[in-house]
Design a protein around this ligand. Structure first.
Ligand code: HEC
Ligand code: HEC
Length: 215
């Protein structure tokens, strides 16, 4: 059963890499953020006019996310490597079959600064979360959670805490296969308090808050 799931997972990954490569070939290479802003009208019903998502965090903040990350996640929904009925529907609309459209939207979103505060946590596990972040996550996601566009590492700073918690739980419980494959062991070792604290710490957007030093 487990090996069957692994094989199915690798097939999905291969298919999604193949389609990414195919769409990369069709891309003209000079994204147009102004055109992306117009196309973003389709997305704003859920992700908000300013790219801030929904306040309680069902739809994530997209403002300020790296272009590489936006394109990769969108392709994952389209290619069934990430599951959400709303996003799978949007990602399969004919309008977004053209990679230029998405590249333009991603160029628009990545240039937006997150103007509003995200949904943050209670503060109870903040110090624990900061320690967990510095110890287990900052090496890739950056000292302030800013991610790394060139390496395809998502910005996590300023993301809604409810959304972040749900992504980690989805990965641990097998609903986000690509994230489970890359992060499974890392996430499984987190206590409930570390997870609450991590999501809270990141949601506060470390560009504006001094990081809590490790103990
Ligand atoms: C009907 C509501 C809805 C619409 C319309 C919508 N989204 Fe989403 N989007 C969501 C939800 C909900 C999620 C989180 C799903 C999950 O947990 O996987 C999401 C997630 C995403 C993510 C993943 C972000 C991350 O940090 O991993 C990207 C990228 C994204 N949407 C881009 C878009 C773009 C671009 C459009 C317009 C072409 C769009 N969405 C339209 C609801 C929507
Ligand atoms: C070895 C590098 C590395 C480390 C260490 C790492 N990550 Fe990641 N993380 C990534 C990459 C690359 C992605 C994008 C991959 C994907 O979505 O499949 C990612 C994606 C994520 C996402 C999904 C974001 C979204 O909106 O889709 C979350 C949440 C996340 N990481 C949290 C964490 C946390 C919390 C830790 C520490 C416990 C951590 N990561 C440690 C590299 C890393």
């Amino acid at each position: 059963m487990i090996s069957g799931m692994r094989i199915a997972g690798s097939v999905v990954l291969l298919v999604s890499l193949a389609s990414l490569a195919a769409s990369a070939e069709a891309w003209s290479g000079s994204p147009d953020p102004a055109r992306g802003e117009r196309l973003y009208a389709t997305c704003s019903a859920c992700h908000g006019a300013a790219g801030m998502g929904q306040p309680e965090g069902p739809a994530p903040v997209l403002a300020g996310q790296h272009e590489t990350v936006l394109l990769r996640q969108f392709a994952d929904y389209r290619d069934s490597a990430r599951w959400d009925p709303r996003m799978e529907h949007v990602a399969r609309l004919r309008a977004f079959a053209d990679r230029d459209d998405l590249a333009d939207i991603a160029a628009f979103l990545s240039r937006l600064d997150a103007p509003l505060p995200a949904d943050i946590g209670s503060g109870a596990d903040l110090a624990e979360g900061a320690r967990a972040f510095v110890g287990h996550c900052a090496s890739c996601h950056g000292a302030t959670g800013q991610g790394d566009g060139a390496r395809g590492v998502p910005r996590l700073a300023g993301q809604h805490q409810g959304y972040l918690r749900r992504q980690v739980l989805d990965a641990v419980e097998g609903r986000r296969p690509a994230l489970q494959a890359s992060h499974g062991a890392r996430f499984k070792s987190l206590s409930a308090a570390s997870l609450d604290g991590l999501a809270d710490y990141l949601s506060r957007n470390l560009r504006r808050v001094d990081p809590v030093p490790p103990r």
